[in-house]
Ligand binder design. Sequence first.
Ligand code: MEV
Length: 426
Amino acid sequence: MSEKTSRLPGFYKLTLEERLKKVAEFANLTDEEVNMLKKEGNLSLDIAQRMIENVIGTMAYPFAVAVNFLINNKDYLIPMVLEEPSVVAAASNAARVMRKWGGIHTTSTGPVMIGQIQLVNVEDPFGAKMTILEHKDEIIKIANEQDPILVKLGGGAKDVEVRVIDSPKGPMVITHLIVDVRDAMGANAVNTMCEKVAPLIERITGGRVYLRIISNLADKRLVRARVKVDKNDIGGEEVVDGIVMAWAFAAADPYRAATHNKGILNGVIAVALATAQDHRAIEAGAHAYAAKTGRYLPLTVWEKDKDGNLVGTLEMPMAVGIVGGATRVHPVARIALKILGVKTATELAEIMGAVGLAQNFAALRALATEGIQRGHMKLHARNLAMQAGATGELVDKIVEIMVREGKIRYDRAVELVEEFKKKGKL
Ligand code: MEV
């Protein structure tokens, strides 16, 4: 039997130091590793511990800014946090060729989320459905009593929809509470409302409520983006055709559509991380929306217009907030919002949709022409050179040599660093 145990009662009650000590013992962490975890960056350990449980440190990621974005005739700098090379550069390049004709144009359906209340054990599900709908005003009243501030701001529960679904456990009556969450992501407000409304639903139907929770298929909170790209700015009509062909591939094949949508999410989630959004909610919503017809489809469409120019459009759910949650707690997220200069959650959502469209264009353009590896490999080479211990100008020198030789490998980077060391250049 292993002497190590992960059963650590009361771990959460320990101080950070004490927790760290236990983890260090468990995993044989060196003093240097322990100090690395404890090192405070722009998120203090104090705030980190107020955000989640069992904290033993923080972890920094690169925070970058994509340039050139013109959205609805307004210039934006886009904060992005992610670990993948090429994404920020690709977004900036895409945004540059998208500046003509007012840049990227966006609209949205407004900050409306759905809360679900699952009712079972009713013999007459369709009768129950009608009963619930008859009590719509009462349901909305109870829901809105939970959040007077939201209501004062013009938000709150607005409508009730009821669906009878067939499940492996028989019919279920699913009530949807339709809530305008204004500038919040909305999960807290919606979940509270669902929990408070549930007893009434049980009482009037005689059934049993189980789940009371927000739906991440936020199809009442859609962002839409449109852009036209001049064929002459991207290498002519042949490139336009290549991009349209790449989209058609995704529209016909879920294996490709998943990767196509991943490219969109590269941009969307990088902004989500910079602004401390619930990015899992955005991803879940994106994929569920992509599969809404029963087939998994790309979230963008690429077409050629009558003049041979490229037209791209995107439609996807975007549940983001600028009040509440980590957006306000994380000091860097607040700065990211300031860089963006957004005044509402809807504006943020639309920007993220625009970034997704630009990111998708960049990927398809590269894939349909030279492929993505050339650009990627250069950045990959940079990472390898740095991992091998190169700093400053030496990084560029080693990258240049590895790219020229076509040997972009860690062992070669180490060799080169050694060589430069011997020459006394390090
Ligand atoms: C890589 O992170 C994203 C791409 O695979 C997206 C795509 O294939 O469209 C390049």
